[in-house]
Design a protein around this ligand. Structure first.
Ligand code: PMV
Length: 299
């Protein structure tokens, strides 16, 4: 017997960086999934695009940590993923969550989802040194989630297009950018503090707009959020080129998603093809995705 689980990636509608200072954010699971197949074996084996290893904390840090966390059972694990690595879409959370849940089921360990999310967050902390629980929570439970309250909001009924700049996906990028914002805040506590608070207030307004399906208004606020992320110094020319291309193609709104410094942007739209085409013309890789109501799933 073998067990296969998939877990989704995520985007932020609002609130990255501000969430680090206790402000409210809204994150959504998206239909880009990491698939993990676990089978009992006579030794530990991990197979992915990176290569085939045993327990290897350099090559496969998240999967190795997940195996170790669950008592190092002898399993062979095969990973494949639709989520671009290190570009703000929560690829590491998705592989960690899917691995934990697939081993959990295959080995009859009976952990519930709350424990899967908790262990996945602990693993991200161990591997990265710092991580908010957002990615692991959203990947485990799916849907649209307000952070830090973890309140579930309605799934958005519009299209979502992700644009990848294919730049800046370096290990430790999130930690570096979080530190950069902290230094800027130290240098200019009042204006930067105000920007962070304002971003937090968007998530609060955004919650009403999500629930009332006011996507035009939601998009407008996302545009303002992008401007403020730029003001915090985490935007790039490439990200803004894709953001403007998406807006000019009729998107409700577009902003960078995740830590920034490259990586991905996200657009809400009812014309996904048109927006995807504009993103590609502006030099990005476009992914037409969808909002994912489900988190980690056995398939
Ligand atoms: O780029 P990502 O998906 O790791 O998102 C980072 C989001 C931050 O708010 C900048 C940091 C965090 O841990 O919440």
């Amino acid at each position: 017997m073998a067990t296969t689980c998939t877990a989704p990636g995520k985007i932020y509608l609002f609130g990255e960086h501000a969430v680090v200072y206790g402000e409210t954010a809204i994150a959504c699971a998206v239909e880009l999934r990491t698939r993990v197949c676990v089978e009992r074996s006579n030794e530990i084996l991990i197979l992915s695009d990176i290569g085939t290893t045993g327990l290897d904390f350099e090559m496969h840090p998240y999967v190795s940590s997940a195996i170790q966390k669950l008592g190092s059972p002898d399993v062979s694990i095969e990973i494949s993923s639709e989520i671009p690595v290190g570009s703000g879409l929560g690829s590491s959370a998705a592989v960690t969550v899917a691995t934990l849940e697939a081993i959990n089921i295959e080995c009859g360990l009976l952990y519930d989802k709350t424990n899967i999310a908790r262990m996945a967050h602990e693993i991200e902390m161990e591997v990265q040194g710092a991580a908010s629980p957002t990615d692991t929570f959203v990947s485990t439970f799916g849907g649209v989630v307000e952070i830090p309250s973890r309140k579930k909001l309605d799934i958005l009924e519009c299209g979502v297009v992700i644009g990848n700049t294919n730049k800046g996906a370096t290990p430790g990028k999130t930690a570096k950018l979080v530190k950069q914002v902290a230094l800027l805040k130290e240098e200019y506590p009042d204006p930067i503090g105000s920007i962070i608070k304002t971003i937090g207030s968007f998530a609060q307004h955004g919650e009403n707009m999500v629930m009332q399906k006011k996507y035009q208004a939601l998009g407008k606020l996302m545009n303002i959020n992008h401007g403020l992320l730029d003001a915090l110094g985490v935007g790039t020319m490439e990200l803004s080129a894709l953001v403007y291309a998406a807006r000019n193609a009729g998107a409700y709104g577009a902003k960078l998603t995740g830590a920034g410094g490259g990586g991905c942007m996200v657009a809400l739209t009812d014309s996904p093809r048109q927006v995807a085409c504009a993103i590609e013309k502006a030099g990005g890789t476009a992914i037409i995705s969808g909002f994912a109501p489900d988190g980690v799933l056995q398939v």
